[in-house]
Design a protein around this ligand. Structure first.
Ligand SMILES: *Cc1c(COP(=O)(O)O)cnc(C)c1O
Length: 366
């Protein structure tokens, strides 16, 4: 936490605005839309809720297909299943580790051939904060007239071609879950330049209550709004967001400096038109005789937690029977990749201890 969160929470208590909605929610939404350079934002209970509402507004229904990046966290996909729609997974490329535009176009064409219908949406993810190849992906989606849902849950503070992650899709999604770069303990947001869409998202997120003195409903609603108390935390967190990005990028710079000369270690690259928030610093390990698991276990013995990269969705037991377009990239990244400790509050001493133990592993095993 920064220094201002409690002030905003106290505002909520002093004014008795505890329930969903209130001044903190409105102000947090305008902080987010200003920061991301989009016209409108709706503060919600989670990033997952934001993806779900996007799909509902795009009228994704039973039997429809939605293309989704395979290399991601399961929350990118689950809302497709909530709608009884069919996820179609597309693999990654090595430049950004995100959706491969070439494979995306191949997948779209193949789905049209096989089903006679276009996929209803494309969900692209900026993994670990690294922007996907949006220029290419946008031009393909324009060509086939398929809307993009941009899952920027891990990428608040990242930029692509000078514009904020989350501002490229028809809908942008943010998360303020506890592990993200800023947090409201739990929460998310939907971004859009279209006022009607955001109004509709707010309506659906507050139980779809029609205008009437009594409770009148013509649609199924959801309880997906962020509370005014948590939005107070969000307002405080927005004040430290840029500092958090700097801290995360400093972790990355330190790891690069210390580890990039080790044989067979590669980092998630940064492309020339991208600026990553470096939410997590991730490496791939592939010299002979040493694996990411060797490193992970050595660190674990030292009480240092490092985790494998996301296991691709097309390999998950729950999703393995859905269509997928693979090129081996996400599978290789999963087998060889490791997320290093990346918190904004890592001390120099922490970083030195981590790096020392990784170097020691190489000395012992090679
Ligand atoms: C965290 C995350 C989400 C979901 O956000 P919640 O706020 O936890 O629901 C979605 N997609 C990705 C890529 C994430 O990392």
């Amino acid at each position: 936490m920064g220094n201002c969160e409690l002030e905003f929470i106290n505002d909520a208590f002093d004014s008795n605005w505890i329930a969903p909605l209130g001044p903190n929610v409105n102000n947090f939404e305008s902080d987010l839309s200003n920061y991301c350079g989009v016209k409108h934002a709706a503060a919600l209970s989670s990033g997952t809720a934001a993806i779900h509402l996007s799909l509902i507004m795009l009228e994704v229904n039973a039997g429809d297909e939605v293309i989704c990046q395979s290399f991601t966290f399961s929350a990118s996909v689950n809302p497709i299943i909530y709608q009884k729609a069919i996820p179609v997974f597309v693999d990654s490329e090595f430049d950004t580790w995100n959706m491969d535009p070439v494979l995306l176009e191949k997948a779209i064409n193949d789905r049209i051939t096989k089903t006679g219908k276009k996929p209803k949406a494309v969900i692209v993810v900026h993994l670990y904060g690294m922007p996907a190849k949006m220029n290419e992906i946008i031009s393909i989606c324009r060509k086939y007239d398929i809307p993009i849902i941009e899952d920027a849950a891990e990428a608040l503070g990242s930029q692509y071609c000078g514009k904020a992650a989350g501002s490229f899709g028809m809908f942008g999604i943010l998360s303020f879950n506890g592990n993200k770069i800023i947090t409201t303990s739990g929460g998310g947001a939907l971004l859009s330049n279209n006022k009607e869409d955001i109004d509709q998202a707010r309506f659906l997120a507050t139980q779809a209550r029609d205008e009437a003195p009594h409770y009148e409903h013509t649609q199924i609603g959801y309880n997906y709004r962020m509370s005014n108390v948590l939005a107070g935390i969000g307002r405080g967190q927005m004040k430290v967001l840029d500092e958090r990005v700097k801290q995360r990028r400093a972790n990355y710079d330190y790891y690069i400096e210390e580890l990039s000369k080790l044989p067979g270690i590669d980092f998630q690259p940064e492309n020339k038109n991208s600026y990553s928030n470096r939410w997590l610093t991730s490496i791939i390990v592939n010299p002979n005789g040493i694996t990411r698991e060797t490193i992970r276990l050595v660190l674990e013995k030292e009480n240092i937690e490092a985790r494998p990269l996301w296991k691709p969705m097309h390999l998950q037991p729950i999703f393995e029977n859905y269509p997928s377009y693979n090129n081996g990239v996400s599978e290789k990244l999963f087998i060889e990749g490791l997320c290093l400790p990346s918190g904004s509050n890592l001390s120099r001493n922490d970083l030195e201890r981590i790096v020392f133990n990784i170097k020691r592993t190489f000395d012992q095993h090679l």
